[in-house]
Write a protein that binds this ligand. Sequence first.
Ligand SMILES: Cc1cc2nc3c(=O)[nH]c(=O)nc-3n(C[C@H](O)[C@H](O)[C@H](O)COP(=O)(O)OP(=O)(O)OC[C@H]3O[C@@H](n4cnc5c(N)ncnc54)[C@H](O)[C@@H]3O)c2cc1C
Length: 408
Amino acid sequence: MSLVTTDYDLIIAGGGMVGSALACALGAADLKIALLEGAPLERIRPGLDLDSRVSAISRASQRIFAAVAAWDGMTAWRVSPFRDMRVWDATGFGSIHFDSADLGEPLLGWIIENRVIQYALLERARQLPAVDLLCPAVLETAEPLPGNGWRVRLNDGREFTTRLLVGADGAQSKVRQLAGIDTGGWGYAQKAVVGNVRTAESHQETAWQRFLPAGPLAFLPLHDGRCSIVWSTTPEQADSLLALDDSAFAEALAEAFDRRLGSIVEVGPRGAFPLRLQHAHAYVKPGLALIGDAAHVVHPLAGQGVNLGLLDAATLAEVILDALVAGQDFASFKTLRRYERWRKGDNLLMLGVMDGFKRLFGASLPPVRLLRNVGLNLTDAAGPLKNLIARRAMGLEGDLPRLARAAG
Ligand SMILES: Cc1cc2nc3c(=O)[nH]c(=O)nc-3n(C[C@H](O)[C@H](O)[C@H](O)COP(=O)(O)OP(=O)(O)OC[C@H]3O[C@@H](n4cnc5c(N)ncnc54)[C@H](O)[C@@H]3O)c2cc1C
């Protein structure tokens, strides 16, 4: 097979949490990699105060961060462990409690600001000789080269060729559009209101979630005693919540949370994000792969979106490295299909489960309400099933790529 000479072996479009993790995972390989990030680094650098965009990070994701030597960079900023999770239904008697001690684990996961994750990964990528971090650099167009590979053009006019183009450029992925890959899915007619608040009572290092008829309300514990909230609700209610002054918002929030942690004594800046389910019809083409939100967008109710994306990154890195060791073409459709086959089933399963939860808890018909309450309590009482769900969500089970497995 004849290979054209290219400027890069790999161009990763998007240096978000997922794209930068892929660059770090491949940084020791004999490859020439460009990581393009549209936002300037100063805008990504974490601030003195906690940001309102956070992610619940699974144990598997933390292992990936540690394996690519970016975890210390995150702890140097701030990370918040959580050890328990409590979920209950506002319209009934059902509840479930996951306790790390019952699972024989020190903790369930961490709450980390997105900017802390992204910045630590970008800083790590910058240290790797194989990686050119181009930031800010926006991919504007891409076209397939005759033979194989891609030519990309940036918004500043620079052009590069590459053997493999990876779209890690988020839900609105330009790479996906340029490659002509369609998506399926639907909007949820919901927005998530996010922000950091302080409650009168301690959060007890517990992730709390109350299912309200309009959507789930989560309180996620932060290391300084505050909670990060994710309140999924109708777009109309989200907009009116954003328009409230701080004290009226604090009261509405305490009420919606059934004052489980007492009153809300401090509220920070708020923002809102529309929610949707989206899945790319294909993750790969010859010389091209999609990872993270470019490939799939999931409802945030179980905090799985970036965790799935990080598994994509670790899996794609593994498939590429294995192909290099075997002397195969790492950018060929055959190699990339291994990545797609490995990840698509898992991602679709999680998309389906989260969508099912969303619908189940959104249903107001009395028999459905009764069933879901009974189901929650039965699951809570059924030790093995509950442990299986918890271990799966923590990323301790399943067909994990090497970087996400426990050391030793
Ligand atoms: C309210 C809310 C709460 C959530 N909570 C959780 C949670 O608790 N746990 C969890 O796992 N997930 C959570 N998620 C999902 C998570 O935020 C996403 O899955 C994650 O951000 C996807 O990361 P990504 O790197 O794939 O994409 P993005 O975060 O969208 O990053 C894409 C990057 O690409 C860059 N870019 C875009 N276009 C270009 C271009 N043309 N050229 C160069 N660069 C480009 C962007 O600047 C950006 O940095 C939540 C989502 C929402 C909305």
